[in-house]
Write a protein that binds this ligand. Sequence first.
Ligand code: GRF
Length: 193
Amino acid sequence: MKAKKRLAVLISGRGSNLQSIIDACKAPDFPAEIAVVVSNIPDVFGLERARLAHIPALTLPHINYQDRTAFEDALLTALLPYQIDLICLAGFMRLLTPHFLQHWTGRIINIHPSLLPLHKGLDTHAKAIAAGNTEAGCTVHHVTAEMDSGDIILQRRVPIISGDTPDTLAARVLEQEHIAYPAAIRKLLCSAS
Ligand code: GRF
């Protein structure tokens, strides 16, 4: 059997997508394992999820660094010992610049809670409802310097139902995110091998 690829999962919060990847990695045929979890926010629940799964978990508070470049240098250095094959952004709320991304071209992916290219940025569910869309969903995509714009790996769709609020729609989309992220990792890594 092929060696598993090593993932770094970057988070900023509750880490429910991280959990979906942790759970997927338990399957013997899943092509990856999580080598490290990094949060730019201290004490978030996602870090606890990593510890409960016995995965190394680092906190790298961006506010401790004088600018984006210094933070990104620290992140590059922190990842080095883990010999990472693929970075998965999972609710990581920092924009990464070309300074960081140039080292990871084709090896860094993100999940976004909309059907890209629709509704980039924040408040995607409110935007989808306000636009009168009849469906919403999530997208796993490659990360490039332009926000939420890299090539799409996989999307999953849900209906928008009459009476939906941003919260009810977010919950329906999140269920699909938890299927989409592991599926996208599998698709990417298996098509690459
Ligand atoms: C998810 O909706 C993800 O699509 C977005 O941020 C949220 C993170 O949720 N980028 P969680 O921390 O994975 O629970």
